[in-house]
Design a protein. Structure first.
Length: 125
């Protein structure tokens, strides 16, 4: 049964709705093995598997902390370490998800190109 849950957790690593996603990104960014992640979170590898299958906490600070504490208590995980890992993983997800400021940056580049064209044509400097 463990391998089925492991496979499910692996499939959820790209879905930010589940903790598998931010935990995997945190683990990867820190270069942690599964054993080392368990040591950081002060829990067993089985507990990490269960945590990965949980819904990710909401973004609001108060409800985020309540969710983290509930999950940490249920699976005997260090709440502070879990909160740090999840926050960092969520930040990494948002930085790499393609929904960042790329569109405004492209627009700014387009405006620069328009200025260059205007300057070449004798338009506005």
């Amino acid at each position: 049964m463990g391998s089925h849950l492991e496979n499910m957790a692996r499939r959820l690593e790209s879905d930010p709705f589940f903790l598998a996603c931010p935990l995997k990104l945190y683990q990867k960014s820190e270069g942690l093995s599964e054993d080392t992640l368990a040591a950081v979170l002060k829990c067993s590898k089985d507990a990490i598997l269960s945590v990965r299958l949980c819904r990710a906490p909401a973004g609001e600070e108060e409800s985020f902390q309540d969710d983290i504490e509930r999950i940490a208590g249920r699976f005997s995980v260090d709440a502070d370490a879990l909160a740090e890992a999840v926050r960092r993983g969520q930040a990494l997800f948002h930085m790499t998800s393609g929904r960042t400021a790329s569109a405004p940056l492209l627009a700014a580049r387009d405006r620069d190109k328009e200025r260059e064209n205007d300057q070449r044509k004798g338009g506005i400097p």
